[in-house]
Design a protein around this ligand. Structure first.
Ligand code: FES
Length: 198
């Protein structure tokens, strides 16, 4: 009898440990910034997400989660910004005529501050996660590659403002979510600047 209870207890402990391990692994696999974020329930309901960008270096990108989607925040280098006008002729919608961004992001850099780019990291073809490829003339992307995003699923290319290239499957530019700056070091994803909320 004692032996039977021991066996049952051992089985329970094994299952319980397995579940905890599984949760831990799933959590580790999601490379989102977890600090400063509201609860999962509030996020699912669409609560804005406050992001500290004070440590973001030129050329770096961080990913946060907003409304269940990845949102990228990139600090572009002067070299990447200088490249924006040079790729215009190869883009499908270089002037952001389609409604893939709020009004305050209808400009060449598709952002409030030229150096800080905020984009929804979901390919506009079938929803894969494009890769951040900021390097110039990347060997696998061609000598005329000026930095941007590459979707490995079907080969769509976007420039470093998320504008889609011609002759790729993605039909539109990557989406710019609503966002505003609380101060120079803090972005609030999910809320428009005050002057655009009236
Ligand atoms: S999902 Fe990105 S190219 Fe198809």
């Amino acid at each position: 009898m004692t032996q039977e209870v021991d066996l049952k207890r051992r089985k329970f402990l094994t299952i319980a440990t397995g579940v905890v391990g599984g949760v831990g692994a799933a959590h580790l696999a999601v490379p989102f910034v977890s600090s400063w974020q509201p609860s999962a329930k509030a996020q699912a309901a669409g609560a804005p997400v406050k992001v500290d960008i004070s440590k973001l270096q030129e050329g770096q990108m961080i990913t946060v989660e907003w409304r269940g989607k990845p949102v990228w925040i990139v600090k572009r280098t002067p070299e990447l910004l200088d490249a924006l006008p040079t790729v215009r002729d190869n883009l499908r919608d270089p002037d952001s005529a389609e409604e893939q961004q709020p009004k305050y992001a209808v400009n060449e850099h598709r952002s409030i501050k030229p150096e800080i780019l905020v984009l929804v990291g979901v390919c506009t073809h079938l929803g894969c996660a494009p890769l951040y490829r900021p390097e110039m003339s990347a060997e696998d992307l061609g000598a005329d590659w000026k930095g941007g995003f590459f979707c490995p699923c079907h080969g769509s290319k976007f420039d470093i403002a998320g504008r889609v290239y011609q002759s790729v499957p993605a039909p539109t530019n990557l989406e710019v979510p609503p966002y505003r700056f609380i101060d120079d070091a803090t972005v609030l994803v999910g809320e428009h600047p005050e002057e655009f909320t009236a």
